[in-house]
Design a protein around this ligand. Structure first.
Ligand code: S3P
Length: 441
């Protein structure tokens, strides 16, 4: 049964909230904890479907992981040799990070494994990891010549490579680095623009020497990882929905505590400021190698802006929220260099243009971006997430600014990254009266 949200347009978005832990960092804490020797304790772990898929896969590989009542996770790593051939196919669900990063990790283990996922993930491109891992010496097979999952992996002793990736992708970079730390010799990855660097930061915290030069990262294998403790900050990509909502509401004011502000992720803050919102950071600090802060946003009448290729890697997951801000701004917002959005959980360029138009926004889909004529009054409508969590949340934010009632269909997917989103939305916008219904209701 499909689930929907029904909510009303409202004014006065305000409050102080905390968002759940960072998804990228949560995945990596499990994977590096599993490769390390000793107990790794993780605080602030994101218990969402995506991260739980990584956790279950590691358990199927023989890793002991315990969860305590206060939400702490402990991974009892026994080094890479502690992983064993799984009897079952490993299920990544909707999670590209789970599938691609595990592919890198497993390419270097001397056994057979199968990685698969849901119908969305089974249509996402995998040659971007299959090709470099094959060049390192592993055997990987997948549908359509290795392009789509399921992937079948026969791992073996790998050799380091120097790989130039045609896409700026932290999943590709991380898959190669996870293979590289288990390979013989130096492995380096060069990207067209630097993608999020959580893997590099966490590897260093686990005692691995990571060299960085411009957009090239290298490690020397085989490297042993020392167990560490990880403090996961709030997810800026989750915070982005509340930042965009408050930014677009003149008089709106929201504070979000303990959010990760890693510069390779923080492009959306610059964009919302360029559009006219005021964003300030307080209590800036670093925990477990990741910067975090309390973010405050004051809303304004926003102005349209340009988001070009030089920015997209640093805000790739925030484009749905920023497209909504663009639709609410005066003037034109042009997003370009964002063709990667076509291979996310859904084709987000097509989904944003199609669904925001149903609310009365004027959004034209271009080859690698969107052209949004802002300032149109939005009106409530029936829209669909198309099964994409960030689409669902972006559409809920748009609905706050629409006249009347909006129904966002197919919202169960929000559990992949942001359990509790609707409850937090009520906290900052009580009059939206969001409620969850079965689609038949
Ligand atoms: C992620 C990297 C990004 C991002 C995804 C999480 C990660 O994907 O969109 O939500 O944790 O490494 P790409 O690496 O495909 O750009």
């Amino acid at each position: 049964m499909m689930r929907s949200w029904v909510l009303r347009g409202t004014h006065g978005i305000r409050g102080a909230i905390r968002v759940p832990g960072d998804k990228s960092i949560s995945h990596r804490s499990l994977l590096l904890g599993a490769l390390a020797e000793g107990s790794t304790e993780v605080r602030g772990f994101l218990r969402s479907e995506d991260c739980l898929a990584t956790l279950a896969a590691l358990r199927a590989l023989g890793v002991e992981i315990t969860e305590s009542a206060d939400g702490r996770i402990v991974i009892r790593g026994q080094g890479p040799e502690g992983l064993h051939e799984p009897e079952v196919a490993l299920q990544a669900g909707n999670s590209g990070t789970t599938l691609r990063l595990l592919a890198g990790l497993l390419a270097a283990r001397p056994f057979f494994s199968i990685l698969t996922g849901d119908s969305s993930l089974r249509c996402r491109p995998m040659r971007r990891v299959v090709d470099p891992l094959t060049a390192m010496g592993a055997t990987l097979l997948g549908r359509a010549g290795g392009q789509y999952p399921p992937l079948a992996i026969q791992g073996r002793q790998l050799s380091g490579i120097a790989w130039t990736s045609p896409v700026a992708s932290a999943q590709v970079k991380s898959a190669i680095l996870l293979a590289g730390i288990q390979a013989t010799g130096e492995t380096s990855v060069t990207e067209p623009a630097p993608s999020r660097d959580h893997t590099e930061r966490m590897l260093a915290a686990f005692g691995v020497a990571v060299r960085r030069q411009g957009s090239t990262v290298s490690v020397i294998g085989p490297a042993r990882l020392r167990a560490s403790s990880v403090a996961v900050p709030g997810d800026l990509s989750s915070a982005a929905f509340f930042l965009a909502a408050a930014a677009a509401d003149p008089g709106g004011e929201v504070r979000i505590l303990d959010v990760g502000v890693n510069p390779t992720r923080a492009g959306a803050l610059e964009v919302l400021e360029a559009m006219g919102a005021t964003i300030t950071q307080a209590r800036a600090r670093t925990e477990a190698s990741e910067p975090l802060a309390d973010l405050s946003v004051h809303g304004a009448r926003l102005r349209g802006t340009r988001i070009g290729a030089e920015l997209t890697a640093r805000l790739i997951d925030e484009i749905p929220a920023l497209a909504v801000a663009g639709a609410l701004a005066e003037g034109e917002t042009v997003i370009s260099g964002a063709a990667e959005l076509r291979v996310k959980e859904v084709d987000r360029l097509s989904a944003l243009a199609g669904e925001l138009s149903k609310l009365g926004a004027q959004v034209a889909e271009e080859r690698d971006g969107l052209r949004i004529a802002g300032g149109r009054r939005l009106r409530g409508a029936v829209v669909s997430s198309r099964g994409d969590h960030r689409m669902a949340m972006a559409l809920a934010v748009a609905a706050l600014f629409a006249d009347g009632e909006t129904r966002v269909q197919d919202v169960a997917c929000v559990e992949t990254s942001f359990p509790g989103f609707a409850q937090l939305l009520v906290e900052v916008a009580p009059e939206c009266a969001i409620r969850e219904l079965e689609d038949a209701d």
